[in-house]
Design a protein. Structure first.
Lengths: 106, 116
């Protein structure tokens, strides 16, 4: 099975800060990686698929990069509405999710 | 755009069987390759449960393999999840999902509680 290791588990940053979340796969997943944002009581919302493709309607401050085993999600200018938990997901072979990163906006 | 809506009992007794159905609208279950179930215990992360291909092939999470069955009904444009011998550890929000070239589509989620 492919394991996904996401870091950090929590982060706290100020409005306007640049924030980066990292996801590492236990073996190559090429570019078959997605990023989700989840707020309490709501289903995960797709932000990025195929490592760097922005889903329709997602603000351009979100971006994804990486390939192989190392991936990053970047929020270029953190906004109050970005307070949420973020998950990476590999879909190269079945699906596996990272443990999640809880982002707090100061 | 595909929309997914799950239905089923919100309360299941320990040792019983959890059964959920996901109705597909805005598209055909024969059009996407894989149809998937994911769950999330309250306050915890996401866990992939299993999937069914449009040709009927299935894959399951090894940790649940002996207890889980995913099936599809093309005539009703829906797919289903059965999880047997449930315990309190199976209490979670259950989601159905799919993927196409445009991205991923998820249902809103259904809380299933395992309790006497």
């Amino acid at each position: 099975d492919i394991q996904m290791t996401q870091s950090p588990s929590t982060l706290s940053a100020s409005v306007g800060d640049r924030v980066t979340i990292t996801c590492r796969a236990s073996q190559t997943i090429y570019s078959w990686l997605a990023w989700y944002q989840q707020k309490p009581g709501i289903a995960p919302k797709l932000l990025i698929y195929k490592a760097s493709s922005l889903d329709s309607g997602v603000p351009s401050r979100f971006s994804g990069s990486g390939s192989g085993t190392e991936f990053t999600l970047t929020i270029s200018s953190l906004q109050p509405d970005d307070s949420a938990t973020y998950y990476c997901q590999q879909y190269s072979y079945l699906w596996t999710f990272g443990q999640g990163t809880k982002v707090e906006v100061k | 755009q595909v929309q997914l809506q799950e239905s089923g009992p919100g309360l299941v007794k320990p040792s019983g069987t959890l059964s959920l159905t996901c109705v597909v609208s805005g598209g055909s279950i024969s059009s996407n390759d894989w149809w998937t179930w994911v769950r999330q215990p309250l306050g915890k992360g996401l866990e992939w449960i299993g999937e069914i291909h449009r040709d009927g092939h299935t894959n399951y999470n090894a940790s649940l393999n002996s207890r889980v069955t995913v099936s599809a009904d093309k005539s009703e444009n829906q797919f289903s999840l059965k999880l047997t011998s449930v315990t309190a550890a199976d209490t979670a929000v259950y989601y159905c999902a799919t993927k196409d070239t445009g991205g991923f589509y998820w249902s809103r989620g259904s809380l299933v509680t395992v309790s006497p």
